[in-house]
Design a protein around this ligand. Structure first.
Ligand code: IMP
Length: 182
């Protein structure tokens, strides 16, 4: 019998090495763009924690962090379109250079909601960094300032992304065999 995660894996979309290289490039671009500033990273839980942890270690300007938690798909792979704040920021973002760090943009509904909400709190600037972009699924336009990879319309897991709470700890990004969903 194949061992985990090969036993549930259909296809490897992004290897750990490809992710590592791209995350380094994103960190370097962010460091260049925010030179002379302090950046306040807002990680969107739970999916973005792995990405944020790796990205942050390539950011060479002063940085601090906070996290928000919003409702996602639960155990299904379909978006409900309803966004619920489960955990809000603990610090004020007024006058700060805020960079939202998100794992994946699919329909764009979650990110649009977050951007509109954080704008009302008067940050000095507000940008978005996502690891994965599924442009073919977009239901609402959203501006992405930093994108790791554009991917096709497939449900992916690993490197922070889950299905029913599983697979977040796997260091690469992959699709699941259809048996896993049923
Ligand atoms: P959106 O609101 O449709 O853009 O969805 C954003 C959220 O849905 C992400 O933060 C993820 O939590 C979840 N999501 C979207 N696509 C995937 C996927 O392929 N795998 C795992 N989670 C996903």
């Amino acid at each position: 019998m194949a061992s985990f995660p090969e036993d549930v894996q259909q296809e490897v979309l992004l290897t750990a090495e490809a992710i590592r290289n791209r995350v380094k490039e994103l960190g370097e671009a962010i460091s260049r763009d925010y030179r002379g500033e302090q950046v306040f990273l807002v990680g969107v839980l739970k999916g973005a924690w792995v990405f944020l942890a790796d990205l942050a270690r390539h950011i060479t300007v002063p940085a601090s962090f906070d996290f928000m938690s919003v409702s996602s798909y639960g155990a299904s792979t379909q978006t409900s379109g309803v966004v619920q704040i489960i955990k809000d920021l603990e610090e004020s973002i007024e006058g700060r250079h805020v960079l939202i760090v998100e794992d994946i943009v699919d329909t764009g509904l979650t990110l649009t909601y977050l951007v509109e909400l954080l704008k009302t709190r008067h940050p000095a600037s507000l940008k978005v960094c996502v690891l994965l972009d599924k442009p073919s699924r977009r239901a609402t336009p959203v501006r992405l300032d930093y994108v790791g990879f554009e991917i096709p319309d497939a449900f992916v897991v690993g490197y922070g992304l889950d299905f029913a709470g599983q697979y977040r700890h796997v260091p690469h990004i992959f699709t699941l065999r259809s048996e896993v969903y049923s």
